[in-house]
Each structure stands twice: as C-alpha cells, then as structure tokens.
Write a protein that binds this ligand. Structure first.
Ligand code: F3S
Length: 108
C-alpha cells in the first residue's frame, strides 16, 4: 500500500503534508507534490493535514483519481525530496477549488 497525491494539489502546493511525514516520502515538482510509493509507510497522518484534501490511501482513491497512482510512482523517481514546509504557490487560493488540473501540470 501507499498514499497518493491527487488533482487538488496541482498549482496549490500548500505543503502542510510535508511537515508531518515521518519518512520524507514527498517529492516536489514545480506545481505539485507526489508521494514515493517505495518510501510511504501508510501512516496516513498527511491525509487530514492537506487543506484541499488531495491525499488518499491507494485503496481509497476515488476512481477519477486512479491515474494519479502511476503519476505519483513515476514522478517520485524524477523529482527531489521536500522535507520541510514552504509557502504555498502564489496563486494557490485561486486554484484550490478548481478541478481537472492535470492537463496543466508542470513536469519541470
Ligand atoms: Fe499538496 Fe495538500 Fe500537500 S495541496 S503539497 S498535498 S498539503
């Protein structure tokens, strides 16, 4: 099992999740975070920390977000670790209620 970051995080990147992760499994792209499935220990403490509810257990991921399982696995091998909370993206408040943001994801 692992946990997975989904659409709501894109272009927001609040990073509250990062501070509570005991194993530093979050990886950072320009406008999105992902979880490395090989490092996640399934503690679930990140889930309630995300202000936009972007994180799910893989077994509990809504069907429309299932592509994010592969996206987290793939991008976590390309992006650097983030282990401390940083400021959200400048337009996070504008993007936080938008959906279907995947097409605009910045792969870096
Ligand atoms: Fe993204 Fe939520 Fe973390 S917006 S960076 S998954 S706190």
């Amino acid at each position: 099992m692992t946990h997975v970051v989904t659409d709501a995080c894109i272009k927001c990147k609040y990073t509250d999740c990062v501070d509570v992760c005991p194993v530093d499994c979050f990886k950072q792209g320009p406008d999105f975070l992902v979880i490395d499935p090989d490092e996640c220990i399934d503690c679930a403490v990140c889930i309630p920390e995300c202000p936009v509810n972007a994180i799910y257990a893989d077994t509990d991921t809504p069907e429309q977000f299932e592509p994010f399982l592969e996206i987290n696995a793939r991008l976590s091998k390309l992006w650097p670790t983030i282990s401390k909370r940083i400021a959200p993206l400048p337009d996070a408040e504008l993007w936080k209620d938008k959906t279907n943001k995947l097409a605009g994801l910045d792969l870096g």
